[in-house]
Write a protein that binds this ligand. Structure first.
Ligand code: URA
Length: 200
């Protein structure tokens, strides 16, 4: 069993905050264990809580579309959330919940060591871009310690707002170039042929 699967077992046994009592299933995350890109959302919603998988509801369908726009499938990347359990009624995560759950995300990222961390929404952004606002930094990358951090709006926020939808679509199209850069591939090649993007 991989170290990540072992970690999932630990996460499933976590009862360190109230959310554990109300969850149907814990949602640790899923995707390629050698993924170059990790997408980090906010918290499981109703669909995710039912299935134990991240981004499987309407926001997840849009995320799948966004991935497809750069030639990727969800199995080729890693997808998880700041919180591993659903806040009741999809309310915003509480600071104490974020703090308690942080250990799991930290350990996931240590095991995965992705090249690019894409934050989806402001809670995930706050973890990696403290003090920033999403309207200011979305679509912009920060390089730090060999890692690239890239902030995007949350796909759910873009579902009913056409303008945000276009913004998030445009931001997603910047990722192949970032990936090419972290891999040292000539930029134009990757940007011209996103459908041939390889994550191996
Ligand atoms: N929204 C999130 O932030 N994460 C999910 O997994 C689903 C919806």
């Amino acid at each position: 069993m991989s170290a990540l699967s072992e970690l999932y077992k630990e996460i499933a046994n976590c009862h360190q905050c109230e959310l554990a009592r109300q969850r149907t299933k814990v949602v640790p995350g899923e995707g390629a264990e050698d993924a170059a890109i990790a997408f980090i959302g906010e918290a499981p919603g109703w669909h995710e809580d039912q299935q134990g998988r991240p981004f499987v509801g309407p926001a997840g369908q849009f995320l799948d579309e966004l991935l497809a726009s750069i030639g990727l499938r969800r199995q080729q990347v890693y997808i998880c959330n700041v919180l591993k359990c659903r806040p009741p009624g999809n309310r915003d995560p509480l600071p104490t919940e974020i703090k308690t759950c942080q250990q799991w995300l930290d350990r996931q990222l240590q095991l995965l060591h992705p090249k690019i961390i894409v934050t989806l929404g402001r809670y995930s952004m706050a973890r990696f871009f403290p003090g920033e606002t999403i309207s200011k930094i979305h679509g912009r990358a920060r390089k730090d310690g060999g890692l690239v951090y890239f902030a995007m709006y949350h796909p759910a926020a873009a579902l009913h707002q056409q303008k945000l939808r276009e913004t998030i679509q445009a931001d997603m199209l910047k990722i192949p170039t970032l990936l090419a850069e972290v891999r040292g591939v000539p930029e134009t090649k990757a940007a011209d042929k996103p459908q041939q993007l390889s994550l191996l």
